[in-house]
Design a protein around this ligand. Structure first.
Ligand code: HEC
Length: 255
C-alpha cells in the first residue's frame, strides 16, 4: 500500500499510445459533477446574457451559508463590508471591486455568479473551490450587503426604521468619515498587464477603462485614491515602496 505505481497529474506515460496519463472522457458518458441540465443554475446565464433572480428558494439558511462562504473566500480582497479594501489589497493586490456602486447595485444577480465562476480581470475564478449552490448563496449575501448600506424606508416592514450610515457611525463613536468610501492605502498597486479593466475572461465585459483614469476610480466607486504617486503614468504595475509598509500602524486600521 505504501509504495504503489501511480500517475502524477499532468505527467506523461508510455503505457498509452497517445502518451497521456490522464485519459480522455469516454464518449457518451458524463461524470457525476457534469450534469448541467439547468443552464441558469450552473452558469448564471440565460440565452447568452447574465440572468437575474435566485434559482433556489431564499431561506435564512441560504443567507447564513452565503455569509460564511463570503467571509471565507471573498473578504481577503473585498473586505467584510464589500468595499474592495480587503487585507490582500492593503498589502499590494489590485483594488477589488466595490459592491456599493450604482452599477453593481443594479447588476443582475447572475453577474455575481458569473464573476465568481469565471473571474474578473485580476480576480481569479472560484469555480473549483465554491460549488454552484454556494455561489448563489454568496450572490444572495452580496445583495444583503448592498442593502445594508443603501436601505430605504420602503425596504423594511412598516414600523421598521432606516437610519443613515453616517448617523449610525457617529452615534457609535466612530471617527469622522468612517461611513465614507475608504481610500486605498499606498500599498495597493495596479497589476493587470495592460492596465485595463479586463472584465470576465472570454466575455468582453470589461469597461476597457485604463485603471489610472478618473473613470476607473469612479468604476471602483472611490473618490481620489491616495496611491496615485505609487503608480507610473502608464498605469503599469509598480512595486510598492518599502516605506509604504511603515511600521507602527495596523494594516487593517482605519485612519
Ligand atoms: C484575490 C483577491 C480577490 C478575491 C479573493 C475575490 N475577488 Fe472579486 N475582485 C477582485 C479584484 C482585484 C476585482 C477587480 C478586478 C479588475 O478590475 O481587474 C474584483 C472584482 C469583483 C467584482 C466586480 C465585477 C465588476 O463587474 O466590476 C465582483 C462582483 C466580485 N469581485 C465578486 C467576488 C466574490 C463574490 C468573491 C468571493 C467568492 C471574490 N470576488 C473574491 C479580487 C478578488
Amino acid at each position: 500500500m505504501h509504495n504503489q505505481p501511480k500517475f502524477y497529474p499532468q505527467r506523461g506515460t508510455t503505457l498509452f499510445a497517445d502518451g497521456r496519463s490522464a485519459r480522455p472522457q469516454v464518449e457518451n458518458t458524463i461524470g457525476r459533477d457534469q450534469m448541467h441540465a439547468d443552464e441558469y443554475f450552473f452558469t448564471g446565464m440565460q440565452g447568452g446574457k447574465e440572468g437575474d433572480g435566485l434559482p433556489v428558494p431564499l431561506t435564512p439558511a441560504v443567507m447564513e451559508r452565503g455569509q460564511e462562504r463570503y467571509n471565507i473566500f471573498c473578504t481577503p480582497c473585498h473586505s467584510r463590508v464589500g468595499n474592495g479594501d480587503g487585507m490582500i489589497v492593503q498589502r499590494g493586490y489590485r483594488p477589488a471591486g466595490n459592491f456599493h456602486t450604482d452599477r453593481l447595485r443594479s447588476a443582475p444577480l447572475g453577474h455575481f455568479f458569473n464573476v465568481i465562476t469565471n473571474g474578473y480581470g485580476a480576480m481569479p475564478e472560484y469555480a473549483s473551490q465554491v460549488t454552484p449552490e454556494d455561489r448563489w448563496a454568496i450572490a444572495a449575501y452580496i445583495r444583503a450587503l448592498q442593502l445594508s448600506q443603501n436601505g430605504k424606508q420602503g425596504d423594511v416592514a412598516s414600523g421598521g426604521h432606516v437610519d443613515d450610515l453616517h448617523k449610525i457611525a457617529n452615534e457609535n463613536g466612530m471617527p469622522p468619515g468612517f461611513a465614507d468610501p475608504w481610500g486605498f492605502p499606498s500599498t495597493a498597486v495596479y497589476g493587470t498587464p495592460n492596465g485595463d479593466d479586463n472584465g470576465i475572461p472570454g466575455q468582453g465585459t470589461g469597461s476597457g477603462t485604463p485603471m489610472g483614469s478618473g473613470a476607473y476610480k469612479a468604476h471602483l466607486g472611490q473618490a481620489a485614491t491616495n496611491n496615485a504617486s505609487n503608480r507610473n503614468s502608464g498605469g503599469e504595475a509598480v512595486k510598492p515602496t518599502p516605506s509604504a509598509n511603515a511600521p507602527g500602524k495596523l494594516a487593517g486600521e482605519h485612519p
